[in-house]
Design a protein around this ligand. Sequence first.
Ligand SMILES: Nc1ncnc2c1ncn2[C@@H]1O[C@H](COP(=O)(O)OP(=O)(O)OP(=O)(O)O)[C@@H](O)[C@H]1O
Length: 255
Amino acid sequence: MSALLSFQNITKEFVDKRSGRSVRALAGLDLDIHEREFVCVLGPSGCGKSTLLAAAAGNDTVTSGHVRFDGQVVERQHHSRGMVFQVGAVFPWLTAFENVCYGPKIRGIDRKVYEPKAREVLAAVGLSDFADHYPRQLSGGMRQRVAIARCLANEPRLLLMDEPFGALDAQTRLTLQDLLLQVRESYDGTVLFVTHDVDEAILLGDRVVVMSPRPGRVVLDIPIELPRPRDSSVETSDAFVTIKRRLRDAIAHAD
Ligand SMILES: Nc1ncnc2c1ncn2[C@@H]1O[C@H](COP(=O)(O)OP(=O)(O)OP(=O)(O)O)[C@@H](O)[C@H]1O
């Protein structure tokens, strides 16, 4: 089976504007992600996780190697690859509903099509009763739900999530993890999810990938064969604890 998203021997170098020195963020990274997989990426701070997602989204180019999506080299952004950041990218002057409608609307989709879809995804993220609220009237967790709904309204084949729950308090984070597990049951796309949280990666992922410190490359890539549907109770199982130990060990010896 060919990969939906493929990173082929990619290298990324940035030139630091102040010092003029080049910073190698990624070096010879190979990774294939297949249709419908939920792949979590773990790695130390600065190892190039966000750089990887930006390359997949088409927000930035790579220095060498190729990023392919559905066989085509990724050259620019496209609505089929949606991105959710740590702090929800939502328009403060639009209501939750208007935010969710925004993408399909500017692409010229018929209102009769995008409005019911927007209602459906707002319901999926538990915000039906807040459709007319502006972001300032919502909590951080609710704003993040809007950001997720905005992406889902575009029906992306690939959802790129860059520490989407990293800025939330612990309880809200658990709630949104559960929500994402539920959304996953109906969303038939592919997810590439960056996190610092080992528990979160195991709970959510079909596979977990560990990156080395900068310059980042893949040092471990393991399937998570815990049954689905999952909820947080899986975290006490022996299988979960064994996987967690293996991942922690890989992160500690990733150099
Ligand atoms: N625009 C840029 N200019 C110069 N260096 C950059 C730029 N963007 C990223 N870098 C550097 O590239 C490396 C990888 O950055 P990146 O943000 O991808 O790491 P990360 O793994 O996502 O980090 P974190 O876990 O802290 O979010 C870091 O050393 C960073 O300082």
